[in-house]
Design a binder for this molecule. Structure first.
Ligand code: AMP
Ligand code: MG
Length: 499
């Protein structure tokens, strides 16, 4: 198929406006079924809680000019930034396996900021008031969950994992009512885009093939420009998304991240981690770990994430079938081949990542077994996932915390032998481990403490935490209180959907 120019292609980049804004609206030039025009609902008393100055800079926004009353009004949804064209995006999704029509029920896309380097990022307000997709929701968000998204998304970014980011949190001066009355807030989320598996499901459900094709073309242009000339664009897109997701999920697994609500509407086609609701980092290693209070059957447990990603990708593939081949049988065959690659690619990415965590260069046939036996030991002894690897990364053998554990020491000797067989020096291996094993992840109890203080008006606890999490591989930092798991106190830890 030849690449046809589409009406979604911006003829010219928008002009630079005061404050550094340069907003485009290419998504809103897609067929009308993909969005509804809707403005944020003003709030009573916008007040700055947090501006991400580094991210503002990367976006070309002038942090100093933004961090005042007028800026708070923008990030509360009381005033639109120059060039904004606010829309709520439409999508569908499988939520815990059940298909539903959804859409931004409490989020509004202001536009796409074009950065000084020419990149394009969605700027979206979350908690900005009701939209036609709000169903019975109030369109609002509480301060705690919005700061939680801020902390964890920024930690993921610092860990080197593709993710949406958090530009601002502004308190609304209005209460929101959940189980109790909570302070309201608006988060500004920055994303490569908010196109989800669920966006494709929405297009497929309407059976509007022209719209689906427009979405495929748009997504390729925006996220996979190398595929522009592909013979079979839909199939090429499917393969590319599978590849990025295999990589992303491997990265989650390597740091012990549990997304918590991997519904198809929460899987971004860009390959970024999106939608920080009940997510959390695992302390003691156990594949069955679940934190989310709504995930009663452990569908989204740590160890299930690769299989769930593949399930979601199968739903994505289904939406593309009519474009992959005219004959359905043939389309299904091609989609199956593409989906079959997921497990393989995931395993490769995961194994490579585990080798790096253990400072192993090259590949030996027994590497998988070596890694698995460490994990088995960790599960049996309820060892802390992050600290076990961080200790191995920093380790002096004599100081090894587990030296009294015969099974561990046996494993340790095997590992040492494997290290001794490689040509690379000890320093090279040390360096590889140091940059692959985080010393600091957002521990649940630390995040909760930061949120509790912030709700009382004290953001200093969060600021210190953010500073530590900004350099997760800084093994030299003396900050033992940021390394410790919650211990037994954390055993029953529960996270709640960010409502
Ligand atoms: P999530 O589970 O956070 O991905 O949200 C699922 C859907 O519920 C999305 O369409 C959200 O926009 C919507 N939603 C969540 N909370 C609210 C709320 N307070 N008001 C309106 N819609 C909401
Ligand atoms: Mg969502």
């Amino acid at each position: 198929m030849t690449h046809r120019p589409s009406e979604t292609a911006a003829p010219l980049l928008p002009n630079l406006a005061p404050g550094g804004w340069r907003l485009d609206d290419s998504y809103a030039r897609l067929p009308a079924l993909f969005f509804t025009d809707v403005e944020p609902t003003p709030v009573r008393a916008p007040r700055w809680v947090k501006l991400n100055r580094a991210l503002a800079g990367e976006l070309g926004l002038e942090a100093d000019a933004l961090e005042d009353e007028a800026g708070a009004a923008i990030f509360a949804g009381n005033r639109l930034p120059p060039g904004a064209r606010p829309v709520a995006q439409a999508y569908a999704g499988h939520q815990f396996g059940h298909f539903t029509g959804l859409g931004d029920g409490r989020a509004i896309l202001l536009g796409e900021q074009i950065t000084p380097r020419g990149e394009r990022f969605d700027v979206q307000l979350k908690g900005s008031g009701p939209t036609p997709y709000s169903r019975r929701g109030d369109g609002r968000a509480a301060l705690g969950p919005m700061l939680r998204e801020y902390i964890i998304s920024e930690a993921m970014h610092a860990l080197g994992i593709p993710t949406t980011r958090s530009l601002a949190v502004v308190a609304t001066g209005e209460p929101v009512y959940r189980e109790r009355e909570l302070p309201g807030a608006v988060l500004t989320r920055v994303a490569a885009s908010h196109i989800r598996v669920g966006t494709f499901q929405w297009a497929a459900a309407t059976r509007d093939e022209a719209a689906l094709r427009a979405l495929v073309d748009y997504t390729i242009r925006r996220h996979y420009p190398d595929l522009a000339g592909a013979e079979n664009p839909a199939r090429a897109l499917l393969e590319a998304v599978i590849e990025r997701q295999a990589r992303l999920i491997a990265q989650w697994m390597l740091v012990g991240f549990i997304h918590g609500v991997m519904n198809t509407d929460n899987m971004a086609i860009s390959g970024e981690t999106i939608d920080y609701g009940p997510c959390a980092f695992m302390d003691a290693y156990d594949p069955e770990t679940v934190f989310s209070s709504i995930d009663r059957h452990g569908r989204y447990a740590y160890g299930n994430q690769p299989a769930i990603a593949q399930w979601n990708l199968a739903r994505f593939a289904e939406t593309l079938l009519p474009l992959i081949a005219v004959e359905e049988e043939r389309a299904i065959e091609m989609a199956k081949v593409a989906l079959g690659k997921f497990a393989e690619r995931y395993r490769e990415q995961w194994l490579d990542g585990m080798r790096r965590k253990l400072g192993l260069f090259g590949a030996e046939p027994d590497d998988g077994a070596l890694i698995e036996s460490l994990l088995e030991w960790m599960q049996k002894t309820k060892a802390d996932y992050t600290n076990t690897f961080a200790d191995l990364a920093r380790e002096l053998p004599a100081e090894c915390a587990q030296r009294d554990d015969a099974e561990f020491m046996q494993w340790h000797a095997r590992w040492r032998e494997r290290l001794a067989r490689q040509r690379e020096s000890g320093e090279e291996s040390d360096r590889l481990r140091g940059e692959s094993c985080p010393a600091f992840v957002p521990r649940n109890h630390l995040v909760e403490a930061a949120l509790a203080a912030a709700e009382q008006g004290d953001v200093s606890v969060m600021e210190r935490l953010l500073e530590v999490l900004a350099k997760p591989y800084d093994h030299a930092r003396e900050a033992p209180e940021y390394r410790q798991p919650a211990g037994d106190a954390g055993a029953g830890y529960r996270t709640f959907c960010g409502t």
